[in-house]
Design a binder for this molecule. Structure first.
Ligand SMILES: [Zn+2]
Length: 488
């Protein structure tokens, strides 16, 4: 079925490799609106074995997946962290009398639907949320029909707003609307929707034709009961990596020292790997994606932000919070001792020293950058290896990448651009952060420290490699030696 099967927070993983056992964790967070502690059990790994015609998944999983609701303000935590603008508007909405009146007698997904309406989300997403609410109340007829009718209205609204009445999205909206009508016992209207849709039907997809056929058969038999799709019985593993984070060992210790301000999927700068696939004989290019946690230490220390790239393998996150704390402490001991870095950070507001590392590794240098960083380090005749990676930000713009080594007192500035530099194009190719940086081009920030004025940008084709070395006393040198001098 290629309908929009959005299992909200559950991510559908490819059904390959070992199947994970059913797993759940207790998630403890703070309400992003009122700050009250919120906790509840959420499922991180489950197995779906079948699918109903109304898209309800069947299997070893709770449907719908539990949502956390704040006991203080009744906010449904669809996200743990909100940006200030969204937070302000939602605060007003959740405090409104209308919302508070509804909070008592309704389910979490119904309230989430109301929040979705307030946020003006797409009709089909709101419809699906109300559909989830109907699954929560299947044994409470009055509420079940009320929620189902809401789902129907939003599917109908989505259909009416479609510009193209031949594409998959339109057909799936019609099928859902029709299915809601059937479950509500309005068979004639259900048949009307399907007849109208079939007039423009051009898709040649087996899933759709089978669904239309089953729908038509049930309607003509005046059958209003939920029904499984016989042809959708393949096993699928459902994994929620975001929630796995809350169950990893060391989470409580981490929370005592850090605040996690966001959690998202991302890839490392330019980390594109090439795989030769024996399946199609060709080469597939893909960017490996990680779950990325952004964390701030509660104490005023350096680094004052950390980007932790969490890798996963076979439905599980690989590292845990003890790995995070160990590496974080190591980097903190190294970076915290650099007086020049502390002076840079304090010279102006909005300056961030960000540490980046991946899983149990000490840094998050992409595969494609690794050799270059090592070559620059060796050319600079620094001891050991470039172990820790730091990114410096001014007003949210990354303008400098530098490396520190366990065996080395000096730091390597691998790339830095004050905003007047000529290397912005190169940076954009290499560093996604520069996209936001690029927007500020033409209005460079005023330097408040010598580091803000540095212009270096290493690449392997330079005759004279462009990098700078900062010594422990804060003096720095921009490299002047040619590449062949490296062997000296
Ligand atoms: Zn709250």
């Amino acid at each position: 079925m290629k309908r929009n099967v959005i299992l909200l927070t559950l991510l559908l993983a490819l059904a390959a490799g070992r199947s994970p056992a059913y797993q759940e964790v207790v998630k403890k967070v703070k309400c992003p609106l009122c700050g009250a502690p919120v906790s509840g059990t959420v499922v991180t790994n489950a197995t779906r074995t079948a699918l109903r015609l109304d898209l309800k998944p069947i299997g070893d999983l709770p449907v719908p997946n539990a949502l956390l609701v704040c006991p203080g303000c009744s906010f449904v935590l669809f996200r743990d962290h909100l940006n200030p603008a969204l937070k302000d508007s939602l605060n007003c909405f959740v405090k409104s009398e209308a919302y508070r009146n509804e909070a008592a007698g309704n389910t979490s997904y119904y309230l989430l639907g109301r929040i979705g309406e307030f946020r003006k989300l797409p009709d089909k997403d709101i419809a699906y949320t109300y559909l989830c609410a109907s699954w929560q109340t299947e044994d409470d007829t009055a509420r079940y029909f009320r929620y189902l009718e809401l789902a129907r209205q939003f599917y109908a609204r989505g259909r009416a707003g479609s510009r193209d009445s031949t594409n998959e999205e339109y057909v799936s909206l019609c099928l859902q609307e029709c299915e809601m009508l059937r479950l509500l016992g309005r068979f004639d209207q259900a048949q009307e929707v399907i007849d109208k849709m079939k007039r423009n039907y051009m898709l040649n997809l087996k899933d759709y034709s089978q669904a239309i056929e089953l729908e038509t058969r049930l309607i003509s038999g005046k059958n209003g009961r939920p029904c499984q799709m016989d042809w959708k019985k393949e096993k699928a593993e459902l994994v929620n990596y975001e929630d796995q984070v809350y169950g990893l060992p060391g989470f409580d210790q981490m929370q005592a020292g850090f605040e996690m301000d966001s959690l998202f999927f991302g890839s490392m700068d330019n980390d594109v790997r090439f795989f030769s696939s024996w399946l199609n004989g060709g080469t597939i290019t893909y960017s490996k994606s990680f779950l990325v946690a952004m964390l701030h230490p509660l104490d005023p220390v350096l680094p004052n932000r950390t980007c932790w790239y969490i890798d996963y393998y076979r439905y599980r996150l690989v590292p845990d919070w003890r790995d995070f704390l160990r590496i974080q402490q190591e980097i903190g001991a190294k970076a915290g001792g650099l007086e020049w870095l502390r002076q840079w950070q304090q010279a102006d507001s909005g300056k961030v020293v960000e540490a980046r590392f991946q899983g149990k590794k000490l840094n998050a240098v992409s595969q494609s950058d690794r050799e270059n960083v090592k070559a620059a380090w060796a050319h600079a005749r620094l001891k050991g290896s470039p172990d820790y990676q730091l990114k410096l930000y001014r007003q949210d713009h990354c303008f400098c990448t530098l490396y520190l080594g366990i065996k080395e007192q000096a730091a390597l500035v691998y790339h830095a651009s004050s905003g007047r530099g000529t290397s912005l194009r190169d940076q954009m190719m290499r560093d996604a952060d520069s996209l936001t940086y690029f927007k500020s081009f033409g209005a460079p920030l005023k330097p408040s420290h010598w580091l803000d004025t540095l212009e270096v940008d290493y690449n392997p084709n330079q005759q004279v490699p462009s990098y700078a070395v900062v010594f422990p006393d804060g003096k720095y040198e921009i490299n002047q030696r040619g590449r062949s001098a490296a062997a000296e």
